[in-house]
Design a protein around this ligand. Structure first.
Ligand SMILES: Cc1cc2nc3c(=O)[nH]c(=O)nc-3n(C[C@H](O)[C@H](O)[C@H](O)COP(=O)(O)O)c2cc1C
Length: 161
């Protein structure tokens, strides 16, 4: 079966305190990892207090099936499909979940891919969104990035704007 990549963003409905965010990341990453092993899907999810932004790669039928589950998840709403396209090969290995906080380095990253130094997928092109997601997968854990297969959960806390 040919590989496809799908990218979407949605509104985050989770009130992000330090604890709830940690729980949410652990929960979603655990689901992704479980699902990944079973279905061969890989991807990246980046979020802040306002948005989720996600890319998934795998078989088109598997991705479509998973989208129905995601759409019904009460932790978010208003899913917007940014792109859905066949790909030659995967660009995301495993699963990465990252918190799109504010820091000098992250603000520079947002400015590199969007019109402002803010994480706001509604203001970004599909190409920039995918590039930003990939850039997040290359950040280290000090940027609140967690990868599947890593032991433990990186301490996460919301960062003031
Ligand atoms: C924004 C968002 C993205 C998610 N992405 C995934 C995903 O890519 N893969 C996945 O298995 N679950 C994902 N989840 C969790 C699913 O909605 C759902 O809770 C999970 O598939 C249930 O799986 P489980 O029964 O194995 O826990 C996501 C949840 C949210 C809020």
């Amino acid at each position: 079966m040919p590989l496809s990549q799908i990218v979407f963003y949605s509104r985050n409905l989770v009130k992000l305190t330090g604890g709830s965010m940690r729980d949410m990341v652990r929960d979603i990453l655990a689901s992704c990892s479980r699902y990944d092993r079973a279905s061969g899907m890989t991807g990246a999810l980046v979020f802040n207090e306002d948005f989720f932004l996600q890319a998934m790669e795998g078989e088109a039928s598997t991705i479509s099936e998973q989208l129905w589950t995601l759409a019904a998840d009460s932790r978010h709403s208003g899913m917007v499909l940014v792109s859905a396209a066949p790909v030659q090969q995967r660009s995301l290995g495993g699963w990465t979940v990252g918190y799109a906080g504010r820091s000098e380095a992250l603000n520079a990253l947002y400015l590199q891919y969007g019109p402002t130094a803010k994480f706001d997928p509604t203001e970004m092109s599909a190409t920039s969104i995918i590039a930003l997601l990939r850039a997040f997968t290359e950040l280290d854990a000090s940027h609140f990035v967690q990868r599947s297969g890593q032991p433990g959960i990186v301490p996460m806390k919301p960062v003031a704007p």
